[in-house]
Design a protein around this ligand. Structure first.
Ligand SMILES: Cc1cc2nc3c(=O)[nH]c(=O)nc-3n(C[C@H](O)[C@H](O)[C@H](O)COP(=O)(O)OP(=O)(O)OC[C@H]3O[C@@H](n4cnc5c(N)ncnc54)[C@H](O)[C@@H]3O)c2cc1C
Length: 206
């Protein structure tokens, strides 16, 4: 879009309800260029027990899981727990934090990238919506054995790397469940769903 007219036409077509809320829309549009969304993966995060990267500086991620700030806050709580545990022995804490936390940072980076595909392609997909319904059903029926991956990431302190591994295992479960004949009409009281679930949980213990 090169002219003010083109910008206004774009917003009128796609976001008409937002226009009255943005009285300086054209000015803002020209002065706030879009920037790239990046993933930062780096290691180590510490130097000589004296300097430590935390938050986005260590592990910026794309925003599609809404976890960037959360991951930074989690860095703080884990670092605080380590300080209590090791009696503020920073020469020990910083290397251990840096080496143990990186796996979780890489996991949430992967989850955030995957969630872009989910938001872009899947939210109107009938199989995806069916999976969501069966997910909620299994969680209600087996709350100790089955926690949806999204719930693990967004509403628990389960480490991101464990949530990512459980998410991959749940993909296997749903490949099997969604292959049942007429599953869309029978999932609520279909004994095959329970049988597949129990066999799967044995194969992939939580
Ligand atoms: C579009 C978008 C949507 C997002 N949505 C969510 C969400 O829903 N949920 C969520 O949890 N997170 C979300 N995030 C991510 C979240 O905003 C970041 O993860 C978080 O702000 C990172 O905090 P930080 O303190 O690590 O880094 P920053 O917020 O980047 O803070 C770093 C600070 O350091 C300052 N600084 C830089 N260089 C220097 C220097 N040399 N000297 C002094 N100061 C310096 C900067 O000015 C800045 O104030 C989103 C991000 C984006 C871009």
């Amino acid at each position: 879009m090169n002219t003010d007219d083109e910008v206004m036409r774009f917003f009128e077509r796609n976001f008409p309800d937002a226009i009255p809320l943005m009285p300086t829309l054209l000015e803002d549009f020209h002065h706030n260029p879009t920037s790239a969304l990046v993933t930062v993966r780096c290691t180590p995060w510490e130097v000589a027990g004296r300097t430590l990267l935390l938050g986005d500086a260590a592990h910026a991620i794309v925003p599609f899981f809404g976890q960037g700030m959360n991951a930074g806050f989690e860095d703080c709580t884990i670092l605080d727990e380590m300080a209590d545990h090791y009696g503020e022995d920073w020469n020990r804490i910083l290397p251990e934090f840096s080496s143990s936390r990186a796996a979780d940072a890489n996991a949430i980076a992967d989850l955030a990238l995957n969630n872009f595909i989910e938001m872009r392609d899947l939210v109107a997909d009938p199989d995806f919506l069916l999976r969501k319904q069966i997910t909620a059903h299994l969680h209600e029926k087996y709350p100790d054995q089955f926690i949806p991956m999204y719930t693990m990431v967004s509403f628990s302190h389960v480490p991101y790397s464990r949530a990512l591994a459980e998410g991959k295992a749940q993909d296997v479960l749903f490949d099997r469940i969604l292959a049942i004949d007429d599953i869309a009409d029978s999932w609520e009281d279909n004994p095959s769903v329970d049988a597949i679930f129990h066999a799967w949980r044995k194969e992939f213990p939580n």
